[in-house]
Design a protein around this ligand. Structure first.
Ligand code: 5GP
Ligand code: MN
Length: 542
């Protein structure tokens, strides 16, 4: 499969797709997939633009809105992660990923998907130590502080990615892993970017959690951007994946002798097994005469046609499910479970068990990612706002996205944006849809499979979604229960979250109108346990 990789897109989608078209024409090939490594700038309109962290004079609507409005159509499946210049409000609507426009898919805070069998993982944002241990507490409209912290990487996403056990073909990040420059032509890099030297020396160039992920995940390819130059490196691994089970981002030791024993290479006459290597490639930003795009031919399943097969990753979904209780939307630091010396008090290894995987695959008969893009706000109108750089526009309020609603209901996980709004005493907005009248080709199609239980009395949910005007939030938050239900996925509270039972109701979401779930039979809406209800309460117990 031919994959084009883009460094920082900076809203230049038209230019990127034009470049792809040129490459296709010149080399008489078809590019099957475009991967963008952040600073994507999916600003749909002027309100979105106000949520982007950039000096005011650089606020430019660029070209994404054309792909959002339908004026242009992305000619190739495009997958991107977030960087540090984004329509943060829009990306926050899609914490687990989703379509930002037809054929343009955001991977979420972190995500794993499969395209024609090529397994692609990624993480959005950049690392800032002072925000790493916080929950996802931000929501629009943002303050001066939250408009930046919203794109700072959190430990939960790193922890989740470290649980992956299978082979990862491609990993996407915006920043570079620290130390990566030791595995490529460092001297040449320093000639291009001499001011990197000080940060290299102090270990500040790049992201430490990404270095840990590189050692833990050991993907075949790693693509990055942010430092605005092309740089390639080959990173050998010692054979065994770094111990990822502890889940403590601070631990990144390796165990080389163990792996040698396991592989039987020590003292044996067999030739040593080839060392696993990650091919790292960073690209520049999209500017003329800059190395911003690279095309690679990556082995994949036979391409049955166009578009390629695009699927959720079963192991990743299982991890999202089993770590749902670890979501925090508080601003204060919190700690994820780890192996404490002597005593293991709660689960800390979330690499899915066989049972977890098979229960997940039984639930999702098809992992195909539904093509359920919907416009939820009006697109930028260049005629109406021809002079927009001189107009004053406010920040948008939070919106909830129907794609996330569907995903969370189907998987039984929480939407962190909902939690953050509730935790701050905000009313949940109804799930919005901008297009009341959809063009036929844009009719909302939710991927629904027949229920396994043939005797199920409810009809297979094949009807289109309810009309936008009738749609309401599909989220049911139960009142506190006196008898705690036993649920294998629910882990006892850490001490700081222990709370006494209260008869007072917490927050109840508005009336629920069932929406067919994406890829499964009846939605299993997460039943919020006491721990989660605690999160939802407005008072801050810092
Ligand atoms: P952005 O486009 O994200 O605003 O900024 C990227 C720019 O900041 C690039 O020019 C990149 O070289 C620079 N940059 C990003 N991170 C670092 C860093 O850790 N150290 C140094 N020296 N420059 C950085
Ligand atoms: Mn950047």
């Amino acid at each position: 499969m031919k994959i084009a990789i883009e460094g920082c897109a900076h809203g230049e989608l038209e230019r990127i797709y034009d470049t792809i078209a040129c490459i296709e024409k010149e080399s008489n090939t078809k590019i099957d997939l475009l991967l963008c490594c952040g600073d994507f700038q999916s600003t749909r309109n002027l309100e979105d633009l106000q949520t982007m962290a950039v000096p005011k004079k650089y606020l430019d609507i660029c070209t994404f809105y054309k792909y959002y409005s339908g004026e242009c159509v992305a000619p190739v499946l495009t997958i991107f992660i977030g960087g540090n210049h984004e329509a943060s409000n829009y990306l926050q609507e899609l914490p687990y990923g989703g379509w930002v426009a037809p054929n343009i898919y955001y991977l979420g805070y972190a995500g794993v998907v499969n395209v024609n069998g090529v397994r692609i993982a990624g993480i959005s944002g950049i690392f800032k130590g002072h925000d790493f241990l916080r929950g996802h507490h931000e929501f629009p409209p943002y303050t001066e502080s939250t408009c930046r912290s919203v794109y700072h990487v959190r430990q939960l996403e790193v922890f989740r990615l470290k649980q992956l056990s299978g082979k990862v073909d491609i990993f996407l990040s915006h920043d570079w892993p620290t130390g990566i420059y030791e595995y490529g032509n460092k001297a040449q890099l320093l000639r291009k970017k001499p001011y990197f030297a000080a940060d290299m020396e102090s270990g500040q160039l790049g992201s430490r959690p990404l270095e840990e992920l590189l050692k833990a995940v050991q993907p075949t390819y790693w693509f990055a951007a942010h430092l605005h130059c092309k740089f390639a490196a080959l990173v050998p691994h010692n054979g065994s994946k770094a111990p990822t089970k502890v889940g403590d981002c601070a631990s990144s030791s390796s165990s080389s002798s163990e792996s040698e024993d396991e592989e039987g290479t020590r003292g044996s006459r067999l030739p040593p097994k080839p060392v696993a290597v990650t091919k790292f490639l960073a690209l520049d930003k999209c500017l003329p005469r800059r190395a911003f795009l690279q095309v690679l031919d990556i082995p994949s399943e036979a391409i049955a046609g166009n578009p390629p097969t695009f699927e959720y990753d079963a192991e990743w979904l299982a991890i999202l499910q089993s770590t749902n209780h670890l979501i925090s939307v508080k601003e204060n630091y919190y700690y994820l479970p780890g192996k404490k010396a002597g005593a293991i008090t709660e689960r800390f290894n979330f690499t899915p068990t066989e049972e977890e995987l098979s229960s997940l695959t039984a639930k999702f008969q098809s992992l195909k990612i539904p093509e359920n893009f919907q416009r939820t706000v009006p697109a930028f109108d260049p005629q109406e706002h021809s002079n927009y750089k001189h107009s004053v526009v406010g920040q948008p309020k939070a919106h909830l996205n129907p794609q996330s609603n569907t995903f969370c209901a189907a998987l039984g996980v929480d939407d962190p944006l909902c939690l953050a709004l509730l935790a701050n005493g905000k009313d949940l907005p109804a799930v919005a849809i901008a297009d009341v009248e959809q063009k036929p080709e844009e009719t909302i199609q939710v991927q629904v499979e027949e229920p396994i239980d043939e005797s199920a009395s409810s009809p297979p949910p094949t009807e289109p979604l309810v009309t936008p005007s009738k749609r309401k939030l599909n989220l049911s938050l139960p009142a506190p229960t006196v008898t705690a239900e036993k649920d294998d996925n629910v882990i006892d509270l850490p001490e700081e979250d222990e709370e006494v039972e209260t008869a007072e109701p917490t927050i109840e979401a508005e009336a629920v109108e069932e929406t067919p779930p994406a890829p499964s039979s009846p939605p299993s809406v997460k039943k919020l346990k006491r721990r989660n209800q605690n999160i939802y309460q407005a008072e801050d117990d810092d």
